[in-house]
Design a protein around this ligand. Structure first.
Ligand SMILES: [Zn+2]
Length: 417
């Protein structure tokens, strides 16, 4: 027996009485549940892009509602006796769906009528709703134009009617989308704006949509996916956006409408400071390299090997002639400056990050890349570079001292070429 769909003619029916025709145990999301068929229902099943309702049948909570051809199947969390039952619809959820769904009809109509962009599909999500438009990429002007036109129809508080007719009859009335189906079809008409076949639930007047907010537009395969929100969702999004704006304005110390300029200013200041800092680090590295080289004369073979592990703790100065601490970006500058000195080889590690930097003056005669690869192979890690400059990172940052000692040892076994 076909279930009578009460929501077809009264989408505002929140309570209803019906007869339980069957109640069978089923498994729903790997839990025990029951599947109920009624003679009539106001609970909407998932279909046409609109999610199912929630609600109650007697004491049982509705978990899901399926459209199974003529019948509608209600999945509930407990057994319900055959016979009379009182049902009710979770109204906040349903009204939200009706706002989004009717809004979708209206927005799709505006995109098509005003800008020649037909809607290919519609999705109503728990957070965002989307329509996919076909055609050229909609410009910002088109997105804003469709939003404004939809809001105009909302402000005019037009009637939303349910119409029935054959495909031919609806076609004569100017239906937007033709459906190849026999028998009587249901269509939703927004007075003077739209007529299209639909089995979903809708508000009675356009003012109940509340307002239309068009958000982003992204390319999905050959189409354009437009995010939108209506009614209560639009209100929540606008409030959330405002709180973000207020926070950004407070942090920047500017007015709301100056936030974008303020962010531009902060980013260019940051870039300028970064450039200054790099210059200062280079100067500092050159000065500290000079001091280090003065204090470390070459060895008996004429080579000077400077091997050191830097630690983050700046208070401990563990090498008498080396800077107490060094930021990771500083190490590269420092190594480069040291390696400007003839026959000098520099092996630096940093704790706790595990960075390694090996550098040499070209006439020192070793191969930094080969040396680093040897050490990383033994101790584990990644890295590489050229004959004169190589950098890497140890898998175990605690191995910095070992890496440096091993480097020294390998260099002494491989005299200058
Ligand atoms: Zn609809």
């Amino acid at each position: 027996m076909a279930t009578r769909r009460l929501y077809y003619d009264d989408s505002f029916a929140r309570d209803f009485d019906a007869r339980v025709l069957s109640c069978e145990p089923v498994v729903h999301e790997s839990r025990e549940a029951w599947e109920i068929v009624l003679d009539a229902t106001a609970l909407y099943p998932t279909s046409g892009g609109q999610p199912h309702d929630l609600g109650k049948l007697g004491d049982a909570n509705v978990l899901d509602v399926h459209d199974a051809g003529d019948e509608i199947e209600h999945i509930v969390d407990r057994e319900v006796a055959l016979g009379e039952v009182h049902g009710c619809v979770d109204w906040a959820r349903r009204f939200d769906h009706m706002q989004q769904h009717t809004g979708q009809h209206l927005l799709s109509a505006m995109f098509q009528e005003r800008f020649g962009r037909p809607t290919i599909s519609f999705h109503l999500g728990s957070e965002i709703s989307t329509i996919d438009l076909r055609g050229e990429e909609p410009s910002d002007q088109i997105l804003e134009g469709a939003e404004r036109a939809a809001n105009q129809v909302i402000f005019e508080d037009r009637l939303v009617n349910v119409r029935y007719g054959t495909a031919e009859e609806l076609s004569e009335l100017g239906v937007r989308r033709r459906v190849q189906r026999d028998g009587i079809l249901r269509a939703i008409e927004i007075d003077g704006a739209d007529l299209q076949p639909c089995g979903g639930t809708h508000v009675k007047r356009t003012a109940q949509i509340g307002m239309m907010l068009v958000r982003s537009c992204t390319k999905i395969r050959q189409d354009w996916r437009v995010e939108f929100a209506c009614g209560g969702r639009a209100e929540r999004i606008a409030r959330k956006d405002f709180l973000q704006l207020r926070r950004a304005a407070a942090q920047l110390g500017c007015a709301y409408d100056e936030v974008a300029d303020g962010v531009d200013r902060v980013i260019s200041e940051r870039d300028a400071y970064f450039k200054d800092l790099r210059g200062i680090l280079q100067q500092l590295a050159a000065a500290e390299a000079t001091l280090t080289l003065q204090a470390m004369p070459p060895g008996p073979d004429g080579r000077r090997i400077i091997a050191h592990v830097f630690r983050e703790d700046a208070s401990k100065k563990d090498g008498p002639n080396l800077p107490p601490s060094a930021a990771p970006e500083y190490l590269g500058h420092f190594a480069t400056e040291l390696a400007k000195s003839e026959r000098t080889i520099v092996l630096l590690a940093r704790f706790p990050c595990g960075h390694l930097i090996f550098a040499q003056h070209p006439d020192a005669g070793s191969d930094m890349n080969a040396l680093l690869k040897d050490i990383l192979q033994q101790l584990g890690g990644k890295g590489g570079g050229t004959r004169d400059f190589a950098r890497g990172r140890l898998s175990d940052p605690g191995n910095g001292a070992k890496a440096v000692a091993l480097g020294r040892e390998l260099l002494s076994n491989r005299p200058t070429s």
